[in-house]
Ligand binder design. Structure first.
Ligand SMILES: Cc1cc2nc3c(=O)[nH]c(=O)nc-3n(C[C@H](O)[C@H](O)[C@H](O)COP(=O)(O)OP(=O)(O)OC[C@H]3O[C@@H](n4cnc5c(N)ncnc54)[C@H](O)[C@@H]3O)c2cc1C
Length: 411
């Protein structure tokens, strides 16, 4: 299919889609469609919540990143017709046609049908989600009277994080540190209460023992209350009901944040392609959709057969797949043989509260403030484009990465 101007449409401007577009520079007529105007480096959304990083660091503008290497359309894709090779958009009237499609719209929060969860729990996947949560924390602080008794402070500042994976740990320790700092700054009596709820019998079940020690230490230090073997049965505007060994307990909450799991983007249903039992698209080792050689799919929507088990549903995987995807699209256009790859773990890094992290690299784990610096360095290297990396790296190095306190009353 030798064609200098093959029409390549990319759906989704996240780790899979954006990095594919950047790597495809000059390969054809590339158009990236994303429903946000920015890319989001999600692994640092916790640092955005705490004000350690700013929006421009982790959510750079797609158009600026692409810098004429590809056309950018900000819109939501509503349908894909594989027979006519067209894509429909929410606001653009005309459909767009393609010769090659890259499908990478990521995942959405999975509330698992828990009563009230979708309506009342806050998701944590976007800049807006983080802004909303930060506002909830500030609003809750504002409601605490300066002379409140310690138990009233604790009750007004009770937050629940549902999901005891890495996300839940990172989020709960950040929230606890931010709230405790704010309580101190406002000279309130008492302590905030952050609880983390997990259905399994332990937190971060997929993590190795070495890194787990740091995680448990950080939860203790941030005084996060962990409830394992515990199911959420109901969420309301201001409460959560937990069930442990058939006993139910209702807690009043200022917010419940839901990071208990994801499911593939529902856009997948329009494709009528083969999926596994979790609804992930089955893809060939070349990233081509089964039976559709001109459709490449990657990231959180795809089940790739040759991956280290810990990598499933991660940015690390989507990023590595993007490089293979671009390489294979070039080969497809040139009529060359497509490649496959085994995707391996590049190292783990979890932020723990506002001052620490734990980083697993080369089989060794380091923790504490040094690990926090290492995490920043590691993630600088994974940001899109050299230009952006340099700007952000310089900003973190020269201006620092201290958390921004939740504003004291009256500010
Ligand atoms: C808070 C958080 C922290 C995380 N931390 C880590 C971590 O530390 N390490 C790690 O490896 N992974 C982490 N992950 C997981 C990682 O971010 C995902 O696995 C990765 O982003 C998947 O890449 P993707 O390209 O498939 O999807 P995404 O990066 O989510 O990109 C999908 C894009 O498609 C857009 N989109 C969706 N629907 C449409 C539509 N209909 N039309 C147009 N555009 C659409 C979305 O807005 C988004 O921009 C984290 C995820 C979250 C939410």
């Amino acid at each position: 299919m030798r064609n200098e101007s093959s029409k390549i449409l990319i759906v989704g401007g996240g780790f899979g889609g954006l990095f594919t577009a950047l790597d495809l520079s000059g390969a054809g007529e590339v158009t990236l469609i994303n429903d946000q105007d920015h890319f989001l480096f999600k692994p640092m959304l916790y640092e955005y919540l705490s004000g350690e990083v700013e929006a421009w660091h982790i959510a750079p503008d797609c158009k600026e990143l692409l810098n004429d290497q590809a056309k950018f359309i900000r819109d939501a894709v509503t349908n894909i017709d594989l027979d006519s090779q067209t894509v429909s958009l929410e606001t653009h009237r005309e459909t767009l046609s393609y010769e090659i499609l890259v499908f990478a719209p990521g995942a959405v929060t999975n509330y698992a049908g828990v009563s009230g969860a979708e309506q009342f729990a806050l998701p944590f996947r976007t800049i807006d989600d983080a802004n909303r949560l930060r506002r909830r924390m500030t609003d809750a602080l504002d409601r605490v009277q300066p002379d409140a008794a310690p138990q009233d402070t604790r009750s007004a500042l009770t937050f629940a994080v549902v999901g005891g994976g890495a996300s839940g740990v990172e989020l709960s320790t950040k929230m606890a540190d931010l709230l405790r700092d704010a309580v101190k700054r406002r000279a309130l009596r008492g302590e905030p209460r952050v609880v983390i709820v997990e259905m399994a019998d332990r937190l971060v079940p997929g993590m190795g023992e070495e890194i787990r020690k740091f995680v448990e230490g950080a939860l203790d230090q941030s005084r996060v209350e962990a409830y394992t073997d515990t199911r959420v049965v109901n969420v309301t505007k201001d409460s959560i009901t937990l069930e442990h060994q058939e006993q139910r307990t209702e807690l009043s909450t200022s917010a419940v944040v839901w990071v208990a799991g994801v499911r593939p983007n529902p856009l997948i249903q329009h494709l009528e392609l083969e999926t596994d039992r979790r609804g992930l698209l089955l893809v060939e080792r070349t990233l081509q959709a089964k039976g559709h050689p001109n459709v490449f799919t990657l990231g959180d929507v795809a089940f790739y057969p040759d991956v280290a088990p810990t990598l499933a549903g991660t940015a690390q995987l989507a990023l590595q797949q993007a490089h293979l995807c671009a390489q294979n699209i070039r080969a497809f256009i040139d009529g060359r043989e497509l490649k496959s790859k085994h995707f391996a773990e590049l190292g783990e890094a979890v932020s723990l509260g506002t001052e620490h992290a734990a980083v697993l690299t080369g089989g060794k784990v380091i923790g504490g403030p040094l690990a926090r610096q290492a995490r920043f360095a590691m993630y600088t290297a994974r940001l899109p484009t050299w230009h952006h990396r340099l700007r952000v790296g310089a900003s973190w190095f020269f201006e620092g990465t201290q958390p921004r306190p939740l504003q004291p009353l009256g500010f």
